[in-house]
Design a protein around this ligand. Structure first.
Ligand SMILES: NC(=O)c1ccc[n+]([C@@H]2O[C@H](COP(=O)([O-])OP(=O)(O)OC[C@H]3O[C@@H](n4cnc5c(N)ncnc54)[C@H](O)[C@@H]3O)[C@@H](O)[C@H]2O)c1
Length: 340
């Protein structure tokens, strides 16, 4: 029997990467090869066919990887997130755009070599949106994929451009002459809202206040929220995010009508988030100390997304709405994690 095909995960040591790795290992459908700047902790290594500690900007390393493995699927997760990206926009551009270009070129060459399209999955973000004012945000509570594409962060600009780059490689890339359809990569992206994991505490993102609130509360630590109580964003529980990636991966190509899809789960204000956390952890000490820069970014992102296209085209539906995300996933899991 032929061994399972190879899936490459870049940024495998991050929040999504670790969850995805566990899920792919449990499914056993792929031999997983990982690439991350930081080495994977010991407990994740047996889940991988091979792990590489390295930089996606290292083209020699990517060539090596492509020479050693017949990669059928790429989950390109490595990125510098929004808050960190604003601190060093040049570096964000290098990692998020140049790094992504290297990966896409590698996947394109791999498609040509294998004679079938390599599936390239990119998690994009609600950071691609830039609502001009709070009035506009209130007037458009659920944005569609084509609205307000004027991001105010380097990260948002990077993600939006990479969505275009993927569409270009999939539909228009010509090399020195025409490229057969089966030699092009098969690009698919989804725009995640803020993700909340019970297992990991995020860093460097601008929706981090949600997960930070609950992880602090579970440890009995005070938390000063970096946006005001009225700030509103869409969020999603990590198991749904992993499911969305795999569902999009498995969707038949003919069903897809957009290069990048909104996926939603639930939306709430920072105040509502704090109330939910206090309901589970009544002693939680949560205050609001808005940071002007980060609050401005959150104000420019939509309060919720319209994900009708994902629902219609590939059957997206979140398993974790607001109640279930808190009551059946986040609260019990963080309680066990910190309180035993
Ligand atoms: N977490 C969210 O709320 C969220 C929301 C929308 C989109 N996304 C996207 O999902 C992807 C994964 O996000 P995450 O939350 O797991 O982020 P994360 O910061 O937890 O993980 C990113 C990983 O990429 C690695 N990395 C960074 N630069 C690298 C480089 N040059 N070479 C190799 N590895 C590098 C880091 O070491 C890290 O392990 C990112 O593309 C992010 O933009 C995340």
């Amino acid at each position: 029997m032929a061994p399972p095909p190879v899936a490459l995960i870049t940024g495998a040591n991050g929040e999504i990467g670790r969850s995805l790795l566990e899920r792919l290992h449990a499914d056993g459908r792929y031999r997983v090869v990982t690439l991350d700047l930081t080495p994977l902790p010991e407990r994740f290594r047996p889940m991988c066919h091979e792990t590489y500690a390295g930089n996606i900007l290292d083209r020699y390393l990517l060539d090596q990887l492509a020479a050693h493995h017949e990669i059928e699927v790429v989950f390109h997760l490595a990125a510098l997130l929004s808050t960190r990206g604003e601190r060093d926009p040049d570096l964000a551009h290098q990692i998020n755009v140049e790094g992504t270009l290297h990966l896409m070129r590698m996947a394109q060459q791999q498609s040509a070599r294998l004679g079938r399209p390599v599936r390239f999955i990119l998690p994009s973000s609600i950071a691609v949106y830039g609502l001009p004012s709070l009035d506009e945000k209130a007037a458009h509570p659920r944005v569609t994929e084509g609205q307000f594409l004027e991001p105010i962060t380097m990260y948002g600009c990077n993600k939006l451009y990479c969505e275009h780059l993927g569409r270009y490689f999939m539909r228009h890339y010509r090399s020195v002459g025409p490229v057969a359809a089966n030699a092009r990569l098969d690009f698919r992206a989804l725009r995640f809202p803020g993700l909340i994991s019970a297992d990991t505490v995020p860093s460097g993102g601008t929706s981090d206040y949600g997960p930070e609130m609950i992880h602090h509360a579970a440890q009995g630590k005070p938390y000063a929220c970096f946006v005001g109580p009225e700030a509103r964003l869409p969020f999603m529980a990590m198991p749904d995010a992993v499911r969305a990636l795999l569902q999009l991966l498995d969707a038949p190509a003919e069903a897809l009508t957009l290069p990048s899809y909104n996926v939603g789960a639930f939306s709430l204000s920072a105040q509502e988030f704090a109330e939910r956390v206090k309901r589970a952890f009544p002693g939680a000490d949560i205050s609001f100390a808005p940071d002007a820069g980060r609050a401005r970014i959150v104000d420019s992102w939509p309060g919720d997304v319209d994900d009708a296209r994902a629902r219609a085209d590939w059957g997206w539906a979140p398993a974790y709405g607001l109640d279930r995300a808190f009551d059946e996933y986040l609260v019990p899991a963080v309680r066990t994690r910190y309180q035993g």
